[in-house]
Design a protein around this ligand. Structure first.
Ligand code: ADP
Ligand code: GLC
Length: 483
C-alpha cells in the first residue's frame, strides 16, 4: 500500500485516513499488507523504533538512502519508510515549504519514492519480503505502475484516484533528471501536453483503476470532472471502478471519543448538547444550547467551496440563532477572509486556521450541521464522521456526497431514510436556501430532526464491505503476475 499520507504519521486530508484505515482493515482480514511512505521528518520522529531493513537504489540523492521498517502506530501493520534525508528531512509539510509553496524538487522527491517502491516490488531493495501486488494512491505513486510495466515478471498494480485535480505535472527536464526510460515518454504513456505527468503513469499503466465512490467513477470519465484526463479514463473504463471509502469507527466513535466533552449515542443525545456548549465555550461562540451551530472543516481550496460559505455569510447571520465554526488550513486568502469574518462577528463566527485533529473531533461532535459545498468530492470523509456524531450534513450533490447522504424529502422522511440535505449546484444561492431549509426544520420539528440525526448515526460506513472489494480486485490481479 503506497501512499504519501498515512494517519497518524502524516496527514493533510482524507488520503491519510483512507490509506491507514484500509490497510488496517485488510490486515484484519488476514492479508499481509505493508504500507510504504516517504520518510518525512515527522514520520522518522514518530517511529523511533524503526530499524534499517533495505536500501534505495538507482536514485541521484546525496547522503543516506535506506528503507526503514516499523509498525503503524496502534496497529500490527508493517510500515516501510523511505529514508532519504536530502529529500524528506525538512520543516514544512509533505508537499510544501513553511510558506505554503510546493517544494521545487517535488518531482525528485516523489520520483525517488517511486523508484524505492519499484525496488521493493522487484525484490531488489534488500528486504526479506516482496509483494504479490501493489496498491498505489494518487499522483505521488503514479510512476510505480509505469516503471513496473517495463519488467516481467512484475507484481500487478491497482491505482486509486483520490483527487484527479492533483496530477504531478512537471517540465520535461524532470523526466530526464529522473533518468526515466524513453519508452515511457509517449502520449499514451506519461507525456501530457509536453509535460511529464506522474498521475498518467498510474492511469495508463496500472492493471486496475479505482476511485473512491461509484458516482465519481462515472464523473471522471466526462469533461466536467475529468481534469483533462477524461479521454484516457474513458479508454480505460473497463478497468475502472468506484469503491466507497470506509470509516475507522475506533477513531470516530461518539461513545468513547477521548477528545470530546462527553460521550453520547442515539438514546443519550444530551451528551451531544454538552459537547455543543463545550465547543461554543472553547471556540468563543455565544454559549446557547438553542443556537444552531454550522460547521465547516476542510482544506481551504477551491474544491471545497469555502468561498461559497463566505459569499452567504451575511445572509446566514441575518438569522439570529445561527452560528458558524470553521476549521481549515491552506489558501492564504481564504484564511484571511475567515479570520476577518470571525473578527467582524464575535460570538457568532469562530475561525481556526490550522490543522488540529482534536478540534476536528470536538467540532464534529458539537455542531448541529456540517456544511460541505464542495465543487467536486471524490468521496469525502468528514460527512461520514458527521453522520456518526449526529451532525446533519448539508452537501452539494456530487461524487461521494451524492452516494452517502440521503436528502430530506417527503419520501425519505416517510420511509425514514433521510440523513441530510443536498443541493444540485455548487452556487451560493442554493447553499443558502438549503441551510435555511435545514434550519427551519431544526427549529419547527425537533422530533423529526432527532430522527434524521439518529438515522445518520446508525448508518454503517465501516470498511468491511469496501475492504472486501479491494481484496477481490487483488485476487483477480494475481494471475497477471505470471506475465
Ligand atoms: P479531503 O481529503 O479532500 O481533504 P475528506 O473529507 O476525505 O477530504 O478528508 C478530510 C480529512 O481531513 C478529515 O479527516 C477532516 O477531519 C480532516 N481535516 C481537514 N482539515 C482539517 C484541519 N484543519 N484540522 C484537522 N483536520 C482536518
Ligand atoms: C481526496 C478527496 C476526498 C476523499 C479523500 C480520501 O483527498 O478529495 O473526497 O475522501 O481523498 O479518499
Amino acid at each position: 500500500m503506497a501512499a504519501a499520507e498515512v494517519f497518524p504519521l502524516v496527514k493533510i486530508g482524507g488520503l491519510a485516513d483512507a490509506s491507514a484505515s484500509l490497510s488496517r482493515a485488510l490486515h484484519e482480514m488476514g492479508l499481509d499488507v505493508r504500507v510504504v511512505l516517504p520518510g518525512y521528518r515527522q514520520v522518522i520522529k514518530a517511529l523511533p523504533a524503526a530499524r534499517s531493513a533495505g536500501d534505495v537504489r538507482g536514485i541521484a540523492a546525496p547522503g543516506t538512502s535506506r528503507i526503514l521498517e516499523a509498525v503503524l502506530p496502534d496497529s500490527h501493520v508493517p510500515v516501510y519508510v523511505i529514508d532519504l534525508p536530502s529529500l524528506f528531512d525538512r520543516d514544512g509539510s509533505a508537499y510544501q515549504d513553511t510558506a505554503g509553496r510546493d517544494w521545487p524538487d517535488n518531482a525528485q522527491r516523489f520520483g525517488a519514492y517511486c523508484r524505492a517502491i519499484e525496488g521493493i516490488c522487484l525484490g531488489t531493495a534488500g528486504l526479506d519480503w516482496t509483494p504479490e501486488a501493489v496498491h498505489c494512491n494518487d499522483w505521488h505513486t503514479g510512476l510505480v505502475p509505469a516503471l513496473l510495466s517495463l519488467h516481467a515478471p512484475r507484481p500487478p498494480s491497482v491505482f486509486t484516484i483520490h483527487n484527479l485535480a492533483y496530477q504531478g505535472n512537471f517540465p520535461q527536464g524532470a523526466f530526464r533528471a529522473l533518468r526515466l526510460p524513453d519508452a515511457l515518454w509517449t502520449p499514451g504513456g506519461i507525456e501530457f501536453h509536453g509535460m511529464m505527468s506522474f498521475i498518467k503513469g498510474g492511469l495508463a499503466y496500472a492493471d486496475f483503476l479505482t476511485t473512491v465512490s461509484p458516482t465519481h467513477a462515472v464523473e471522471i470519465t466526462g469533461p466536467g470532472l475529468g481534469f483533462g484526463l477524461d479521454g484516457l479514463l474513458r479508454f480505460r473504463r473497463g478497468a475502472l471502478s468506484g469503491i466507497l471509502n470506509g470509516v475507522d469507527y475506533r477513531t470516530w466513535d461518539p461513545r468513547k471519543d477521548p477528545h470530546i466533552a462527553r460521550g453520547f449515542w442515539t438514546h443519550r443525545l444530551d451528551g451531544k448538547e454538552s459537547c455543543k456548549l463545550a465547543l461554543q465555550a472553547q471556540a468563543g461562540l455565544r454559549e446557547d444550547a438553542a443556537a444552531i451551530v454550522l460547521a465547516l472543516i476542510a482544506r481551504f481550496t477551491y474544491q471545497k467551496g469555502v468561498d461559497l460559505v463566505l459569499a452567504i455569510l451575511g445572509d446566514l447571520l441575518a438569522e439570529p440563532d445561527l452560528q458558524l465554526v470553521v476549521l481549515g488550513a491552506g489558501d492564504t486568502g481564504l484564511k484571511a477572509a475567515m479570520h476577518a469574518a470571525a473578527h467582524a462577528h464575535p460570538g457568532r463566527v469562530a475561525a481556526h486556521v490550522s490543522h488540529d485533529e482534536a478540534l476536528a473531533h470536538r467540532i464534529v461532535a458539537g455542531a448541529d450541521m456540517l456544511l460541505m459545498p464542495s465543487r467536486y468530492e471524490p468521496c469525502g470523509l468528514t460527512q461520514l464522521y458527521a453522520l456518526r456524531y449526529g451532525t446533519v450534513p448539508v452537501v452539494h450533490r456530487t461524487g461521494g456526497l451524492a452516494d452517502t447522504i440521503v436528502d430530506v424529502t417527503d419520501r425519505t422522511v416517510a420511509d425514514q431514510t433521510a440523513t441530510g440535505f443536498q443541493f444540485a449546484r455548487a452556487e451560493p444561492g442554493q447553499l443558502l436556501d438549503t441551510v435555511r431549509r435545514a434550519a427551519r426544520l431544526r427549529r419547527h420539528d425537533p422530533g423529526l430532526w432527532r430522527r434524521i440525526m439518529r438515522t445518520g448515526m446508525r448508518r454503517d460506513f465501516s470498511w468491511a464491505a469496501s475492504a472486501a472489494r479491494y481484496a477481490e480486485l487483488y485476487a483477480q490481479l494475481l494471475p497477471l503476475r505470471q506475465l
